[in-house]
Design a protein around this ligand. Structure first.
Ligand code: UDP
Length: 343
């Protein structure tokens, strides 16, 4: 298949590109490099299958350019990762999030529609659910959507754009199938050690705690210790990035015209912030300073997936379910790359 991967030089996107190349696909990675890393593209080009990778430096919101890329490379399917993805930042800069995640996606979908792209896999998020009532955790896909942050709202808008486009394609008898993959907390790094996670600034809990363990930051702040959870800190479902990518590949291959799928991608079990900190101490065998702080705006207390739909439909389930294994894969990359991709 000829696959366009938006955000292909980012954390999840680069892992997806690696997997698609390994599976023999032709891949066009499109990335503005505002948050992505050109180095990922160099590394992947040097690997077997790297000759099937084309890199285009562009903003996904550049409709005419994206349309010409789709045509030139006869793209069959799109994996749309390009987005901003920090909940706290989205609360501070909501318009930045709507511009990058919603306006740009409108342009991308417009281009896909003009060219007749038939398969679209969208990086959605469990942030679309907000905080469901206790009886709906683990969270099934039909759980009501009530985002608690602009980030979650942008992902829900993305799903609505796809639903409306799909409806219109059906009326025009144009084949189009899509899947919204609602990620829980993606973590870990490629276990061959090639690709990793490099955000600046880093806000996600596992890399932040690892930075403290590697003495690259002074301390870890726990945002909120008075949540209605067993130890008072937020509970999340951490899914390994390679498992997540595996689900994308399965979904892309399975999509047919008229599909409007939505799947939760998680392991089906939640870990608290304190459990993350304990596991990082155990994996790294390093102690570090932890400070308890106020809650961070936009954080639901307790989220973990009911991932049974994708298991039933496609046989996918997470293969890495032990928090220590997820952390160990990230630890390796962080150790070997003290300055991230600049190392
Ligand atoms: N968190 C924290 N300290 C940090 C970063 C995150 O206590 O330095 C908490 C955050 O409040 C949330 C959980 O860890 O409850 C996961 O946050 P992250 O940003 O990794 O992912 P999110 O769930 O927001 O997508």
């Amino acid at each position: 298949m000829n696959v366009l991967v938006t955000g292909g030089a980012g954390y999840i996107g680069s892992h997806a590109v690696q997997r698609l190349l390994r599976d023999g696909h032709q891949v066009v990675a499109l990335d503005s490099l505002i948050r992505g890393h050109a180095r990922t593209m160099e590394l992947l080009r040097e690997r077997p299958g790297g000759d099937r990778l084309t890199f285009v430096r562009a903003d996904v919101g550049d409709r005419s350019l994206v349309e010409s890329v789709l045509r030139a490379h006869k793209i069959d399917g799109v994996m749309h990762f390009a987005a901003l993805a920090a909940v706290g930042e989205s609360v501070d800069f909501p318009m930045l999030y709507y511009r990058n995640n919603v306006s740009a996606m409108i342009a991308l979908l417009d281009a896909c529609d003009a060219v007749g792209v038939e398969r679209f896999v969208f990086s959605s998020s469990c942030a679309t659910y907000g905080q469901p009532p206790d009886a709906m955790v683990p969270i099934p896909e039909h759980c009501p959507k009530s985002p608690m942050s602009p980030y979650g709202m942008t992902k829900l808008h993305g799903e609505h754009l796809l639903a409306d486009l799909s409806e219109s394609c059906a009326r025009r008898k144009r084949p189009f199938g899509f899947a919204a993959l609602r990620y829980f907390n993606v973590a870990g790094c490629d276990r061959t050690g090639l690709l990793g996670e490099d955000h600046d600034p880093e806000t996600h809990i596992i890399p932040v705690v690892l930075q403290a363990a590697l003495l690259r930051r002074e301390s870890v702040a726990i945002f909120g210790t008075d949540y209605p959870t067993p130890d008072g800190t937020c509970v999340r479902d951490y899914v390994h990035v390679e498992d997540l990518v595996d689900a994308h590949v399965a979904v892309l291959g399975a999509l047919t015209a008229g599909d409007r799928r939505a799947y939760n991608l998680g392991i089906g079990k939640g870990y608290s912030v304190r459990e993350i900190i304990r596991a990082v101490r155990e994996v790294t065998k390093v102690d570090f300073k932890v400070v308890e702080k106020e809650r961070r705006a936009g954080d639901p207390p307790r989220l973990f997936a009911d991932p049974s739909s994708i298991r039933r439909d496609l046989g996918w389930r997470a293969s890495v379910t032990d928090l220590h294994d997820i952390i160990a894969s990230a630890h390796r990359w962080f150790l070997e790359h003290p300055r991230g991709y600049r190392s």
